[in-house]
Design a protein around this ligand. Sequence first.
Ligand code: HPA
Length: 266
Amino acid sequence: MTAHDLAALIRDRAGLEPVRMGLILGSGLGHIAGQVEGTAIPYADLPGFPHAGVSGHNPNLVVGTLEGVRVAAFGGRAHYYESGNPAAMRLPLEVLKALGAESLILTNAAGSLRTDMPTGSVMLLSDHINFSGLNPLIGERTDARFVPMTEAHDPALRAGLRDAAAAEGVHLHEGVYAWYSGPSFETPAEIRAIRTLGADAVGMSTVPEVILARFLGLRVAAVSVLTNMAAGMSAENISHEHTKAMAPLGAAKLEKILRRFLRDGV
Ligand code: HPA
């Protein structure tokens, strides 16, 4: 099925009103999709959608209203490390675009490289480093593949998220996210290396979706929930279990920011 066929199928089930914004909810954050008032469509009903086989995700697309804004919330994403395909989220993002969305907010769980950003804090991405060297547009044949990435993280969306955090009294850090392919976590030497290169947080997602979103003409911004100090930075154990256990600490902050951001007009 093409993105347009899938969008038609979704409109049949969830109604014709165009979607304004997409939300992609990362590890331990999928419950926010459940707060959207609307229609939940399991990814399994959407041919070509990734299976989102990572525990801690909620593999549904929920189309409906959150704080008065028509959104499409993805309760989980496909990661490069599940399939070896860095473009695994291309079809879902094409569908989002076909549903009428203008912008996309990405969320993820990440490791912190800064001692002033402890576990449980939230960080707005000012920019990213594609440390994996992979790219979801490899093989794309049109000149549209030469996507400018100078202001990939949209200044106006970022300002709106910053304002929303301030209005809610939530401290929103800001920094650079490095994409490491996973699924193994990083070594302490790798963390020291990317810190030297200018990274503030590290994770296994988001960068390919930012690239795809810009390719599709969607404005995009991303927020990390910091679920641990990165490898070698503390005695904290680093595991997927730990990520899922710690995500709710930051998720409550993220939820306040997102709701206020939507309510105050996007
Ligand atoms: N590294 C990579 N991805 C992550 C981490 C980490 O430390 N924590 C949560 N996701």
